[in-house]
Ligand binder design. Structure first.
Ligand SMILES: Nc1ncnc2c1ncn2[C@@H]1O[C@H](COP(=O)(O)OP(=O)(O)O)[C@@H](O)[C@H]1O
Ligand SMILES: [Mg+2]
Length: 381
């Protein structure tokens, strides 16, 4: 098993998730669609792609990464492109299909030429006609990072049009779907009063890895460099990976394998230096993540987010406990709630029975270093 930190993994590099894969298979066989909610980096894309790999004889999958996609038009164009790229698979009905593709393309070209407003509904209808022809082909549309896309659609009307269209495609049985999204997608859709468009999707929850699974996976990964973790060193590592998120586990394994091979690590004093390097304030994997906050939050939101994170990094707290710390900046409860929700979506925090805590001990300690470092920098200015 190789350690690919960052990109999704499948096949020999994919670990566990037998229950989730089985549940997905059972639902699709019944003709249902599936929703895979979960925070960033828990392994949604890997799960969806591994399912596709294992079932590529039974279904024809069309996979889309919706992250960063900005509009429904872009979605339709991508869908058409993907369907068109499947010429070999659909060779028996290709003559009919290619005529249909040509009509849509002609429409798109004409609109572009005349610089008309795009007749989105016509394009959607034509996509639907094509999907209808493909119903017998057992197609499954995999929509990855669905919530990121909804976030980008500017108006509620557009979200509603998109969700209701997808729902009608499912209900007419033209196509089944596997949709992945952040944990907060349900509440986001609820806020838009659009729940009735997605409540037909049964969720397949991705569970964090158990302590035993964490031990097995890190043992497997370290074998690549013939490294064995034992005794107190192993317990130390497992204690830092209680979140059960494969990504943090990979980062730790990376750090250990970076400059070492062929060794047994047993003592705390041997393992701690690796850990300290992982939580250095300028560790690139976390800087990337942190930059998303800078990009996605407005200045005022960002300042409040940083204050919230710094108190939660001391100890887990409920919303009401957090208020005294930020009341000088804002007394607007829904506003603070929105920021906390975003921090959950960005996978900084998790929310359990009303209590916010950092998703992972590693991230929490990295954050404390980063925060201290920034404070010192500010003090020196
Ligand atoms: N089942 C798994 N086995 C091994 N590594 C995994 C597994 N699932 C996820 N990972 C690793 O975790 C990280 C995040 O996975 P990804 O599937 O992209 O998560 P998400 O789509 O939820 O953000 C990647 O580095 C990936 O290699
Ligand atoms: Mg993903």
């Amino acid at each position: 098993m190789r350690n690919y930190t960052g990109p999704p993994v499948t096949g020999d590099d994919f670990f566990g998730r037998a229950k989730e894969l089985k549940k997905m298979g059972d639902l699709l066989v019944k003709g249902m669609s599936i929703f895979i909610p979960g925070p960033r980096r828990i392994g949604k894309t890997s799960l969806a792609q591994e399912f596709m790999r294992q079932n590529d004889k039974a279904y024809r999958f069309i996979y889309f990464d919706l992250e960063g996609k900005q509009s429904l038009l872009e979605f339709c164009e991508d869908l058409l492109r993907e369907m068109k790229s499947k010429q070999m698979i659909f060779k028996d009905i290709w003559d009919t299909l290619s005529g249909m593709f040509q009509s849509v393309e002609a429409l798109i070209a004409e609109v572009r030429l005349k610089k008309l407003e795009f007749p989105l509904k016509d394009v959607m209808r034509m996509c639907e006609d094509i999907l209808k022809r493909l119903t017998k082909e057992n197609m499954v549309l995999v929509l990855d990072e669905f919530s990121d896309f909804l976030f980008h659609l500017s108006e509620r009307r557009e979200v509603e049009l998109f969700l209701s269209w997808l729902r009608s495609l499912r209900h007419k049985n033209y196509i089944r779907m596997i949709v992945t999204g952040s944990v907060n997608i349900i509440s986001t859709v609820e806020e838009l009063n659009c729940m009735n468009y997605i409540n037909d999707l049964p969720p397949v929850a991705i569970q964090p890895l158990t302590r035993d699974e964490v031990r097995d996976l890190i043992t497997e990964l370290l074998k690549e460099k013939n490294i064995l973790l034992k005794g107190k060193a192993q317990s130390f590592v497992l204690d830092k990976l209680t979140d059960g998120i494969p990504f943090y586990l990979q980062l730790f394994a990376d750090k250990i394998m970076d400059e070492h091979e062929n060794m047994e690590i047993t003592d705390l004093k041997e393992i701690k230096p690796f850990y300290l390097k992982l939580i250095e304030y300028d560790y690139p994997a976390f800087i990337d993540m942190h930059d998303r906050l800078n990009r996605y939050l407005e200045e005022k939101e960002r300042k409040i987010a940083i204050t919230l994170l710094s108190y939660i990094s001391d100890k887990p707290l409920a919303l009401k406990d957090l208020f005294p710390y930020i009341e000088e900046s804002t007394t607007d409860i829904p506003f603070v709630h929105k920021i906390l929700k975003r921090l959950v979506d960005e996978c900084y925090l998790s929310l359990n029975k009303g209590i916010y805590s950092f998703v992972s001990p590693i991230l929490r300690e990295w954050w404390q270093h980063k925060y201290e470092y920034e404070r010192e920098m500010n003090d020196n200015q």
